[in-house]
Design a protein around this ligand. Structure first.
Ligand SMILES: Nc1ncnc2c1ncn2[C@@H]1O[C@H](COP(=O)(O)OP(=O)(O)O)[C@@H](O)[C@H]1O
Ligand SMILES: [Mg+2]
Length: 270
């Protein structure tokens, strides 16, 4: 079976600097893969390259295939279709995904209506409003009428991230990329949002590429881990293997640091 996402020999450069070096990662349908590594290791650029969203000035080489379709070098028209259907991204800072001047209801309605049009089953009027509310309920937002009428600044950070997740779900993607989705949130909210993501991925049968720098947070939600350092994947394997028998010194350091932290607070390591 061919992978839903197949990254092969991907390199990303900014002039002479190599930011991602010969990266290969597969994500199968319904599989959950974690991408971890310290800040600056190339995780976000990987996510952007998958969605064909690399910033100007960066060049990509190699291959990124989504549902078999090549992303590297694809025309914007094709990328737009893939982004609306094959892949959606949730970013670290939900405010970056939300329009500060638009009420939540409209922000969620736009991708919902677009996807429905693409499917040949247009949604509008009260049916669209009901679909928005159903989606807000699915991401467990409280007080749907208030939230639907709110502007982003009137919501908490956790509520904003739930809205951003609802917008990603509105595209009904095969692959959800979550780039440090809980890093900007307080610890209690972090766990709630991770639980929500795990539930939605399972219920909707999506594949997940979960990006983070915190090994325990990511490892608890994925089947496989890829460890990146300075643009290179230094280790990859099933989560239990990587945690139990890390091969690379860098991974060993991450696992030991997580253990020491768990010992210090009396939490069992996953
Ligand atoms: N637009 C850009 N131009 C030049 N260098 C960039 C650009 N965006 C990111 N980088 C560099 O690429 C490296 C990887 O960045 P990034 O993927 O954001 O790391 P991570 O998400 O793992 O923290 C970093 O060294 C960063 O400074
Ligand atoms: Mg990043």
């Amino acid at each position: 079976m061919s992978a839903l996402l197949a990254i092969r020999g991907l390199s990303v450069r900014a002039g002479p600097a190599t930011l991602i070096d010969d990266l290969s990662v597969d994500v199968a349908a319904r599989e959950r893969v974690g991408l971890i590594g310290e800040s600056g290791s190339g995780k976000s650029l990987t996510a952007l390259a998958v969605a064909g969203l690399l910033p100007r000035g960066l060049s990509a080489e190699g291959s990124v295939r989504l549902r078999g379709e090549e992303v590297v070098g694809a025309p914007e028209r094709r990328l737009d279709a893939l982004r609306g259907q094959a892949v959606a991204i949730v970013f670290q800072e939900p405010l970056s995904a939300l329009d500060p001047l638009m009420r939540v209801e409209r922000q969620v309605a736009l991708p919902l209506a677009r996807r429905a049009r693409r499917d040949g089953t247009p949604l509008r009027g009260s049916a669209l409003g009901a679909a928005v509310r159903a989606l807000l309920a699915e991401v467990a937002l409280p007080d749907l009428d208030r939230v639907a009428r709110a502007y982003p600044h009137e919501l908490s950070g956790g509520q904003r991230q739930r809205v951003a997740i609802a917008m990603a779900l509105a595209c009904r993607p095969d692959l959800l990329i979550a780039d440090e989705p809980t890093t900007a949130l307080d610890v209690t909210t972090q766990e709630e949002v991770m639980q929500l993501l795990r539930r939605l991925v399972a219920e909707r049968g999506m594949a997940l590429l979960l990006i983070g720098h915190d090994l325990p947070v990511v490892a608890g939600s994925v089947d496989r881990l890829v460890v990146m350092r300075r643009g290179v994947a230094v280790e990859a394997g099933p989560t239990a293997d990587v945690l139990g028998h890390p091969r690379h010194d860098y991974t060993r350091g991450l696992v030991e640091a997580a253990r020491r932290f768990d010992d210090a607070i009396g939490r069992p390591t996953a």
